[in-house]
Design a protein around this ligand. Structure first.
Ligand code: FAD
Length: 559
């Protein structure tokens, strides 16, 4: 074909070239011989491709056309002699290897060898082709420019009429990209599996028919714990029974769910196991060839099911709940016992009262004498004693709290947290100034908590009675060597100087609103402070409200 309007220098015509003739004959002969009796082990797809190139066997292509087809084939084709010296190489071979035909003709195929292919592969290659069988494998080849590529190679022997190897037919293609993609895919898979296996959660991916596509180490562990019973079936069953839905049906409807807690019986684990389950509907796009041109292809629906074992948290909550119940029952029992004892005592107190009334009537009526009154007084006294004993027996005995190492900042923080709602409701601004470092004291936590709670309650009451709009409570701690100082200060009405000491006496009530007050708070506070080798006082110099100063622990005298 003569190129029209071509500005390029004219190419030498192949037809006029004697080299071309010999090449054409070589290729046509070798290919025809090969197709006539293909050796064992030749991949069928190679046979099919070469047969297609040769055309209809009933009407074979003219040699020139056949040669052109091989020449233009997209795969690198070479024909060698029985020692692998190259006799022919097609255009794709030139393009892939970077060598021109003239450079490789007469050279051994080893020109393409890179040091990266192990010798054992070559030995196996040669053993196979010398047994007149086709060999297929992968080699690391080197281009003329020194770059390596991965070659998927098929070598087939072409035999002469008496069965000797006449030629070798080699076909190879560059599979570097496929290899890199496959390696990348494998690496991605390994990464995903590592992450999934490290997650402390059961992870399982299901197809729409409930078949497991992927699971993780926690899932396998659960399978072991369940002694071979499929965890997925148990989780699905539990969700159906306890939450009222099937997770797969949800996923198929394109819906997910979150943090649904269910229990599953795990043999030999001393009770049910609790799992918090979440499910996500995953839409995997269709990678089938038929789906290539389908826009917005919906693909297959999957369910990603996550189940986190929350048994220990659940048991902890249940235990706390039980403890609470037990404490409430004990309190109820105690209250009941006290009510009974008080009822009994109130009956018993009737006796001395009746006697007093009778003695009074006798006395006013002028009847009775000293002996009678003395006897009555004796009876009154005995009956009174009995009632008193009944009352004393009803008083709950207090369990002594063990002394432990306590951090005063931590205790104050607890009490503040407990009082937060009341402080907010009363509109009190809290100024909390804890010392950065405090010595640990040996003390009774509950008693100290009730001491601080009482002081804060007093401050709240004072602020309430003050009627002030700006209400402030300042809490501060300070280290005094081995001791700790706590300040509880409010900007309420303060306390009159003469009442500063009286306030610590039992039954003293200085509040305007006395309802529900027994006047024992500061007396008890004093007792708690005494137990902790400390002291409590109201700061006489403080004029803007009331400042309570508590010192706990032994303050070393200044040197
Ligand atoms: P070599 O010393 O040439 O061979 C290594 C081992 O191969 C030897 O130890 C021996 O066991 C065996 N061997 C080599 N030649 C023969 C022989 N004539 N008879 C029996 N055993 C022998 N190699 C590539 O690296 N890349 C290719 O793309 C490639 N394509 C080929 C295509 C064809 C059609 C044929 C026939 C061979 C092809 N080879 C290819 C193989 C190549 O000829 C070399 O054998 C190989 O490259 C190793 O070369 P070398 O110089 O490293 O070692």
């Amino acid at each position: 074909m003569t190129p029209q309007n071509s500005t390029e220098s004219p190419q030498p015509s192949l037809e006029a070239n004697p080299k071309f003739d010999s090449q054409q004959t070589l290729v046509t002969n070798a290919m025809s011989e090969f197709l006539r009796s293909p050796p064992d082990g030749t991949p069928t797809e190679v046979l099919e491709a070469l047969t297609l190139m040769a055309g209809d066997p009933a009407e074979p292509l003219p040699p020139r056309l056949y040669f052109e087809t091989v020449e233009q084939a997209p795969v690198a084709i070479s024909i060698t002699d029985a020692r692998a010296n190259i006799l022919y190489a097609n255009a794709a071979f030139e393009k892939l290897t970077g060598y021109s035909r003239d450079e490789v003709l007469g050279k051994n195929e080893s020109i393409l060898s890179s040091n990266a292919t192990p010798d054992s592969i070559y030995q196996q290659l040669w053993r196979t082709i010398q047994r007149k069988r086709s060999w297929t494998g992968t080699l690391v080849n080197q281009r003329k420019d020194g770059g390596d590529y991965l070659a998927e190679l098929m070598i087939s022997p072409v035999l002469d009429s008496i069965g000797r190897v006449r030629y070798f037919l080699g076909m190879h293609r560059d599979v570097t990209l496929e290899h890199e993609l496959a390696a990348e895919l494998r690496q991605q898979k390994t990464r995903i599996e590592t992450v999934l296996d490290a997650a402390p959660v059961v992870v399982v991916l299901l197809d729409k028919d409930g078949r497991i596509i992927l699971d993780n180490m926690e899932y396998k562990k659960l399978l072991g714990d369940l002694r071979g019973r499929e965890p997925l079936n148990l989780l699905r069953e539990a969700l159906r029974e306890q939450a009222g839905f099937d997770p797969l049906e949800r996923a198929v409807a394109g819906e997910g769910f979150r943090d649904i807690e269910i229990s599953v019986e795990v043999p030999g684990s001393g009770g049910p196991h609790w799992f918090s389950c979440s499910g996500t509907a995953v839409n995997e796009s269709d990678h089938s060839i038929s789906g290539y041109f389908v826009r917005g292809n919906r693909g297959d629906l999957r369910l990603l099911l996550l189940a986190s074992d929350v048994t220990s948290r659940r048991r902890e909550v249940e235990r706390a709940h039980l403890e609470n119940l037990r404490a409430r029952l004990a309190e109820q029992q105690l209250a009941q016992g006290m009510r009974e004892a008080l009822t009994a005592a109130s009956y018993q107190i009737q006796v001395p009262l009746n006697l007093i009334r009778a003695a009074n009537a006798m006395f006013r009526g002028g009847s009775g004498n000293v002996e009678v009154f003395a006897d009555m007084l004796g009876q009154i006294s005995r009956a009174g004693e009995t009632a008193l004993q009944t009352l004393q027996a009803a008083l709950p005995t207090e369990m002594p709290e063990p002394g432990v190492s306590v951090n005063i900042n931590e205790l104050l923080r607890h009490v503040l947290a407990l009082e937060t709602d009341r402080l907010l409701a009363a509109g009190v601004v809290v100024d909390w100034q804890p010392a950065l470092v405090l010595p640990e004291l040996s003390g009774h936590k509950n008693e100290l908590r009730s001491l601080f709670k009482h002081l804060i309650d007093n401050a709240l009451q004072a602020l309430h009675e003050s009627g002030r709009t700006h209400r402030e409570l300042r809490l501060a701690t300070r280290s005094l060597g081995d001791a700790v100082e706590v300040i509880v200060e409010d900007n309420g009405p303060g306390i009159a100087n003469e009442a500063r000491f009286k306030a610590f006496e039992p039954f003293y009530i200085g509040w305007r609103q006395r309802r529900g007050r027994a006047g024992m708070g500061l007396a008890l506070a004093q007792e708690i402070v005494n137990q902790h080798a400390g002291c409590i006082e109201m700061d006489a110099d403080y004029q803007d409200g009331c400042r309570m100063r508590v010192t706990l622990g032994n303050v070393k005298p200044e040197e």
